[in-house]
Write a protein that binds this ligand. Sequence first.
Ligand SMILES: Cc1cc2nc3c(=O)[nH]c(=O)nc-3n(C[C@H](O)[C@H](O)[C@H](O)COP(=O)(O)OP(=O)(O)OC[C@H]3O[C@@H](n4cnc5c(N)ncnc54)[C@H](O)[C@@H]3O)c2cc1C
Length: 361
Amino acid sequence: MQAIAEVSVILQRQINIMIQTDIIIIGAGPVGLFTVFEAGLLKLRCHLIDSLPQPGGQCSEIYPKKPIYDIPGFPSILAGELIDNLMEQAAPFKPGFTLGEAALSIDKDEEGQFIVTTVKGTQHRAPIVMIAGGLGVFEPRKPPIDNITDFEDKGVEYIIRNPEMYQDKVCVIAGGGDSALDWSIYLAERKIAKRVVLVHRSSSFRGHLDSVQRVIDMAEAGEIDLVTEAEVTGLAGNNALEEVIVTHQKEGEKRIAADHFIPLFGLKPSLGPIADWGLEIEKSAIKVNTLDYSTNIPGIYAIGDVNTYENKLKLILCGFHEGTLAVQSAFARIHPEKKNVLKMHQSNSYNVCLCLVWYSG
Ligand SMILES: Cc1cc2nc3c(=O)[nH]c(=O)nc-3n(C[C@H](O)[C@H](O)[C@H](O)COP(=O)(O)OP(=O)(O)OC[C@H]3O[C@@H](n4cnc5c(N)ncnc54)[C@H](O)[C@@H]3O)c2cc1C
């Protein structure tokens, strides 16, 4: 699938013309990719722009080998596999790709079409823009440990790209969210790491209840060392990490011999150029109308992690829903003369089927 994307990028550079499409999607993460499929069902063509050299957003860049447990129909799927599947699902609708180029500006031409220009000057023109820019520029949150940078790539990693590198190693993971919980479970359950120590400053976790329960059960079974109400406050070692210093709120300081320290405190959102496009921004995210995920600029939508609204959840599943509703609204803007109606057909008292019906008015 990536090969198709690469060919498309090369062809587009050689031709060097304005790329015309129905929907420009800024961000080829999972949400942008699924939106191609939903748009395709309505016969709308999409072109995706991403600053990264490959599609997949956070799934490809940060955790390609981490299993995801909350995609409907997949009890467990690796993030990288999910992206391969989304590329395959989008392929019949022949999306275009501009990869390795950040979208820098959005302007409007005299016909009311949007022109999106990248840092390399590639121009794209469409009546609709969907921003699926996720967290924008990825920057991990680092714990305040004085000498932490001395051990980066010498035992300290903020992202787990390849779990195999932890084979038979002692890993101290810090954090209380899904990443810390899921990776602790993964490395311990599959017996990859020799020992997994999970350090969290509180006694309650922010992750999925099921993951929290699994960690507690594994700690009781001696498969994970769980250290709560404690923080990693120091690191020691000569050429590489050798010891992690953990300070417990009541019991004081403890030194743990370790090969790796993996603080998983999430990523700092930084919108980058998106912040300068005249969109209404709140808490580093784009405010949207939950009716159709439109922004304050008519014709521009924001879907996935990049948007914000009351009760927003930054989950892939929620982004899929947002993209689906946004393309319905985009269809109505592009084809005001056509009615695109989701109709409910009651076939019997138990079975209800949804049927997409188009009316040309
Ligand atoms: C470690 C970890 C584990 C997770 N586990 C789960 C999980 O189990 N289940 C779950 O549902 N969610 C999980 N998430 C969250 C999930 O990854 C996000 O909700 C999802 O990636 C959001 O998808 P997206 O397409 O909106 O954005 P992203 O995946 O962030 O993709 C956005 C893309 O936009 C690009 N971009 C940004 N600005 C520009 C620009 N100006 N020009 C061009 N491109 C731009 C970026 O390069 C990026 O590729 C996890 C996240 C992390 C970090």
